[in-house]
Design a binder for this molecule. Structure first.
Ligand code: NAD
Length: 263
C-alpha cells in the first residue's frame, strides 16, 4: 500500500440505511478510505441529502452512487447488489438499515404488526443482504469478502425500557451472522455483527422523545456518561471492512463505551 492509498482502496461497497446516522457516517469514511460506495436507503429524500453530503465532504471519492432500496423486499436487495456487477462485483456489504418503532414496547403492548414490520426490515433485510452478497462474491469469483451486519447491545443485555420486537430482531441478527461466518469461512467471506450501544442518531432521539425517565434509564448505564456518536461506529466498520481485520470473523463486535461491562 502506498502512502496515498486508503484502507479500502479499490473495494466496491454497499451501505444500507445510508440516508442518516451510522450509514451516512460510514459512507463518508468508506469514500475517504478509497472505496467505491453505493449508498442505499428506502427514503429518497434522506438518500439525496446524504449523497450530497458525502460528495461535499469527500470531493475525491473514487465512485459514489445511490440507489433506492427497501431491504425488506428481496427484489430491491437483489437489484441493489446486481447493480454493482458492472463495477466488478461487491466486496463489502454493510447491512445496516434498521428500525426501532415508537409503538414497540413490552410483551403485552407490542402490536403484532409492529413485530412483523420490525422483523421484516431488521432480520429479513440482513438475510437478503447477506444472501445476495454471497451470490455476488461467488459470481465474481472473489477470494475474500466482508459482510458487516448491524445488531445492537440489546442482543447481549436486556433493556429495562423494553422494545421487545427490536430486541428479538437484533438477537436474530447476531445468531444469523455467527452461523454465516462459520459456513462461509473457507470461501474467504467474513461476517461480523456490529453491536452499537445507544447513539445520538434520529433512531434513538425519535424513540426517546421528551421522556426524561426513559432517557435516564438508558444513560445511567454509560461509564462515559454519554451516548455514543455514529462516527464512533463508522470507524469500527472501516476496520471490519478492511483487510486489516482478515482474521476477525463471526464476532459480536461491541462498540459501546464500556456500557455492557458496567453495573
Ligand atoms: P437512523 O434512523 O439514523 O438511520 C437508519 C436509516 O435506515 C434511515 O435513513 C432510514 O431511512 C433507513 N431505513 C429504514 N428502513 C429501511 C428499509 N426498509 N430499507 C432501507 N433503509 C431503511 O438509524 P441509526 O441509528 O443510524 O441506525 C442504524 C442501525 O444501527 C440500525 O440497524 C439500528 O437498529 C442500529 N442501532 C442503532 C442504535 C442507536 O442508538 N441509534 C443502537 C444500536 C443499534
Amino acid at each position: 500500500m502506498t502512502a496515498t492509498q486508503g484502507r479500502l482502496q479499490g473495494k466496491n461497497a454497499i451501505i444500507t440505511g445510508a440516508g442518516g446516522g451510522i450509514g451516512l457516517e460510514t459512507s463518508i469514511l468508506f469514500a475517504r478510505e478509497g472505496a467505491n460506495v453505493l449508498m442505499a436507503d428506502v427514503s429518497d429524500a434522506a438518500l439525496a441529502k446524504a449523497l450530497a453530503k458525502v460528495k461535499e465532504v469527500v470531493p475525491s471519492a473514487p465512485r459514489l452512487e445511490s440507489i433506492k432500496c427497501d431491504v425488506s423486499k428481496e427484489s430491491d436487495v437483489q437489484a441493489m447488489v446486481e447493480s454493482q456487477d458492472s463495477w466488478g462485483g461487491t466486496d463489502v456489504i454493510f447491512n445496516n438499515a434498521g428500525i426501532m418503532h415508537a409503538n414497540d414496547a413490552d410483551a403485552i403492548d407490542t402490536p403484532e404488526k409492529i413485530w412483523d414490520l420490525t422483523h421484516n426490515i431488521n432480520v429479513k433485510g440482513v438475510w437478503f443482504g447477506s444472501k445476495h452478497a454471497v451470490m455476488s462474491l461467488r459470481r465474481h469469483k472473489k477470494a475474500r469478502g466482508s459482510i458487516i451486519n448491524t445488531a445492537s447491545v440489546v442482543a447481549l443485555v436486556g433493556a429495562a425500557t423494553p422494545q421487545l420486537a427490536y430486541t428479538a430482531s437484533k438477537g436474530a441478527v447476531l445468531a444469523m451472522t455467527r452461523e454465516l461466518a462459520i459456513v462461509h469461512a473457507r470461501e474467504g467471506f467474513r461476517f461480523n455483527a456490529l453491536c452499537p450501544a445507544p447513539l445520538n442518531t434520529p433512531l434513538l432521539q425519535d424513540w426517546l422523545g421528551e421522556d426524561k425517565e426513559k432517557r435516564f434509564r438508558r444513560e445511567v448505564h454509560f461509564p462515559t456518561g454519554r451516548f455514543g456518536e455514529a462516527i464512533e461506529q463508522a470507524h469500527a466498520v472501516v476496520f471490519l471492512a478492511s483487510d486489516e481485520s482478515s482474521f476477525v470473523n463471526g464476532t459480536d463486535f461491541v462498540v459501546d463505551g464500556g456500557m455492557t461491562k458496567a453495573y
